[in-house]
Design a protein around this ligand. Structure first.
Ligand code: HEC
Ligand code: HEC
Length: 449
């Protein structure tokens, strides 16, 4: 009996193993193609990087139908002499408004003329030359067939999230993607538009009120939630716009924007492409139907955008990938005192309690990185505009750079002018009792991040 059982087990095993032969053969074949799979992954990474960069820099998503078609912004740029309206936008004024010029895109003859001082920077016609060569960062001009008359303009992510290294002249240089353009006075640029009806209709306010809201933004600020809740000003009378954040160093960071709780970087990209840039696409977020919190979005059904043509969705994967690839710039030599920074690091991680929220090396919490206004000791106006009614632990990045990245101050509205002010705030709010030396050591460490 026992033997028979043994034999049948043997037979069964044999049968099973023969049955498995083809499966094993298949598996080993798959294992062999794993090598190709690695190559496929690498190929996709390269393609995503290139496509994403292109989208970030050059894709208008069809937004020219809004900026040109509705606001007629191109007419104000061209000026009356070139078939538009008003004086036109000279390169000098464009640079004063914070627009940047990509030196690599300037045609050779124009560059030569520029260096000889032969380009009239006060002439709007020179702006058209720059637009035609696609040299204005984040803005694309659409010209008629003869290439003479500016017919429309569209905008890109790079308008607000890139700057240049000023290598040629202030405002003219090589692109720095992901670096916020804290010089850009987007409100003052939009106000130039001859027709603000689109905003008047959306917000259901007067044109005067639209202008007042836009003019209050100032350099480096934009209000990405005005189109949802219509709140242009805070209770203290200051603009509700926030500073342009850096779009680099975001890999590993969960919640995005100053208040978080919207979604991933990819959510926000879709949000901005559809609802801020007014590109053509599809956007879904039923939270925006909450008419009490988001009266404008509720009325205008922004959480259910379904354009016939979709020029955004297919670009989201590569765009997401490119953004996550943007590195945080390292502090240059001599940007901080290393010995003091060593002490400051110990304080950051222990006595000053900073690392409880700003967890190195991502400097925000792995997980749900949001806090109430009381926790960080500030007013809750901006937090209350977001779905979770909190502030996101800002992932600390390039704090040493107050010329570009942190120009305009720290925190969402720049309320703290310096890192010293930030540290004084936490010292008071968290009752840290740091000595003057400890405070300055902590500042030196922050400058090393
Ligand atoms: C008109 C200026 C403007 C344009 C154009 C713009 N953004 Fe932004 N972006 C902002 C501002 C301002 C915020 C902060 C919003 C907030 O916190 O409420 C922001 C936030 C972000 C963030 C979150 C950063 C962080 O720290 O988590 C990402 C990512 C981002 N934008 C990507 C993009 C992409 C991609 C595009 C193009 C599809 C784009 N933005 C177009 C102004 C702009
Ligand atoms: C309870 C969590 C928490 C603690 C503790 C904390 N922070 Fe923050 N930190 C935040 C949040 C949230 C913000 C974003 C504030 C805003 O959006 O206005 C922030 C913003 C900052 C900023 C501004 C970043 C920017 O891009 O403008 C700096 C700098 C900073 N914190 C440094 C520190 C230091 C130094 C400490 C320790 C003394 C510390 N934080 C402790 C949550 C915290």
């Amino acid at each position: 009996m026992q033997r028979r059982a043994q034999i049948s087990t043997l037979l069964f095993t044999l049968l099973l193993s023969t049955a498995l032969v083809p499966v094993f053969a298949q598996m080993s074949k798959k294992a062999a193609s794993g090598k190709d799979f690695d190559a496929t992954v690498a190929e996709q990474a390269k393609r995503y990087l290139e496509e994403g960069r292109d989208t970030f820099r050059f894709d208008t998503f069809g937004s020219e139908d809004f900026w040109g078609g509705k606001l007629k912004l191109h007419e104000a740029i061209a000026g009356e002499k070139a078939g538009g309206v008003g004086p036109g936008l000279s390169p000098q004024v464009a640079l004063e408004l914070g627009l940047k010029v990509d030196v690599n895109a300037i045609p050779k003859d124009v560059a030569e003329a520029l260096s000889k001082g032969e380009v009239d920077l006060k002439d709007p016609a020179s702006t058209l030359v720059l637009l035609k060569s696609n040299a204005v960062v984040g803005v694309t001009g659409f010209f008629d067939e003869q290439g003479k008359t500016l017919r429309s303009v569209g905008i890109q992510c790079a308008l607000c999230h890139s700057t240049v290294d000023d290598s040629y002249a202030p405002g003219i240089g090589h692109r720095l993607d992901g670096w916020p353009n804290r010089d850009l006075n987007i409100g003052a640029i939009v106000v130039l538009a001859p027709d603000l009806t689109a905003f008047v209709d959306m917000l259901q306010v007067t044109e005067g009120e639209v202008k007042k809201a836009l003019e209050a933004w100032g350099p480096g600020k934009f209000d990405a939630l005005l189109n949802l809740d219509g709140k242009a000003f805070r209770p203290d009378g200051k603009t509700a716009a926030t500073l342009n954040p850096a779009a680099f160093g975001l890999a590993g960071v969960n919640n995005h924007t100053w208040t978080g709780a919207w979604g991933t970087v990819s959510y926000w990209n879709a949000y901005v492409g559809n609802l801020e840039m007014h590109g053509k696409g599809v956007f879904y977020d039923p939270r925006l139907d909450n008419a009490k919190k988001y009266p404008v979005a509720g009325r205008t059904k922004q959480g259910h955008k379904q354009d016939k043509e979709d020029r955004i969705t297919a670009k989201l994967p590569a765009l997401h990938f490119y953004q996550l690839a943007l590195p945080t710039p390292k502090p240059p030599e001599g940007a901080f005192d290393s010995a003091a920074a060593e002490n400051g690091k110990a304080l950051f991680n222990d006595k000053a309690k900073c690392a409880t929220c700003h967890v190195p090396p991502i400097f925000t919490e792995p997980g749900w990185n949001l806090h109430t206004a009381e926790e960080i000791g500030i007013d809750d106006f901006q937090a209350m505009r977001s779905p979770d009614e909190r502030y996101r632990t800002a992932p600390l990045r390039a704090l040493w750079d107050v010329e570009k990245v942190h120009k305009g101050g720290f925190y969402h509205d720049g309320r703290f002018a310096t890192l010293q002010d930030v540290v004084e705030h936490y010292d008071r709010h968290l009752g840290l009792k740091l000595s003057d030396k400890e405070k300055s050591d902590l500042v030196e460490y922050l400058k090393s991040i």
